[in-house]
Design a protein around this ligand. Structure first.
Ligand code: KG4
Ligand code: ZN
Length: 333
């Protein structure tokens, strides 16, 4: 079946066409209209601007996604849309657009949870991947372990107690004067720096829990940078990036090892925007290799927000009968 999918939870307006069946998970088109350049002016996402930009982009990218896939709306069997979590004004743009298309054309509509969508990006990358497995979702808003019991049933078993890992990267990047969002730039800088140059606190909290806490690390790095600035001392951004990344990677490795021991899962799936981080990918793959577990991560183009992942999850939700009516609303958290 052909699935038309929409995503507008934050600062990317996205539309994709997928061909899905029991034996097929194919991306026919995957269009992302990014607003990053607009929000970079403000050092973060401005919700009102995001909503307006989604409205301006959504019709155009829908035509583009259908054209690229070489089909028309008449060929679409299912429409999937991100229902939440995200910015409410932003979410409502795709939810209302998808609702109108679905009801005007008599096509079933399926609401999709954004986090489940990130996990589903892995089904498109790894055609043989099937639940159950353990997932670690790392993004700008989330850092959580999930027991993925089936395609549609995910149980959160641990999470960050404060900031998400992406938030931590972005805040440090902003104080160092990197372009918003700073995560990808810090990934590159960390490759050039000395990871043992500065000792920063661990986000791993204690050995008794799978939970993380990133606010201590974030504050420590920001204090380090502010102190250096006040003293007029030079900052080596490569060393700061490498040292902060080391702290994050070590914590993630410890918690993944602990989660494997606790749950007994031998299939570990990474998801979310921060899953593009080369150091985190390498760290987890090393732990998995050591513990005899298989490691899965999305292809880089499917790590950040996109609609293909929403279409993949939407297909599995549809198989479970999760069809929405015209009362469908968005949820922010
Ligand atoms: O999943 P996502 O696109 O949006 C949310 O749902 O939050 O994740 C965005 C986050 C941002 O914090 C961004 O800096 C981070 O993903 N990110 C990275 C990398 N690429 C994107 N963080 C670290 N290393 C990267 N290579
Ligand atoms: Zn996301």
């Amino acid at each position: 079946m052909f699935v038309l999918a929409f995503e507008s939870s934050c600062d990317e307006t996205a539309c994709a066409v997928l061909e899905m069946s029991k034996d097929q998970r194919t991306i026919k088109s995957n269009i992302v209209a990014s607003q990053v350049d607009i929000h970079a002016l403000y050092g973060g996402v401005v919700p009102e601007i995001a909503s307006r930009a989604h409205i301006e982009a959504i019709s155009k990218i829908t035509y583009e996604a259908l054209d690229t896939a070489g089909i028309t709306l008449k060929d679409i069997d299912l429409i999937a849309v991100t229902q939440g979590p995200g910015l409410i004004g932003a979410l409502l743009v795709a939810v209302n657009f998808a609702k109108s298309l679905a009801f005007a054309n008599n096509i079933p509509l399926v609401p999709v949870d954004h986090i489940k969508g990130h996990v589903a990006a892995n089904y498109l990358t790894h055609k043989d991947l099937e639940p159950p497995f353990l997932a670690l979702v790392v993004s700008g808003g989330h850092t959580s372990f999930f027991d993925v019991k089936s395609y549609t049933s995910l149980e959160e078993i641990a999470s960050t107690r404060d900031d998400a890992v992406g938030e931590c990267f972005d805040k440090i990047g902003r104080v160092m004067g990197l372009c918003y969002p700073g995560g990808a730039a810090m990934d590159k800088l960390a490759c050039l720096g000395n990871k043992d140059a500065i000792t920063f606190p661990s986000p791993a909290i204690s050995k008794d829990t799978l939970d993380f806490s990133f606010s201590g690390l974030k504050t420590a790095v920001v204090n380090y940078l502010n102190t250096k600035n006040q003293k007029g001392e030079e900052i080596c951004r490569e060393d700061v990036s490498a040292s902060a990344t080391k702290s994050i990677v070590e914590a993630v490795k410890d918690k993944v090892a602990m989660a494997i021991r606790q749950t007994g899962y031998k299939k570990i799936v990474l998801a979310g925007g921060v899953s593009a981080n080369s150091h985190i990918r390498k760290g987890i793959s090393e732990v998995c290799a050591k513990m005899g577990a298989e490691f899965y991560a999305p292809e880089l183009f499917l790590c950040g927000d996109n609609a293909a992942m929403i279409g993949a999850q939407g297909y599995y939700e549809y198989l479970e009968g999760a069809v929405a009516d015209e009362c469908l609303n968005a949820y922010p958290s």
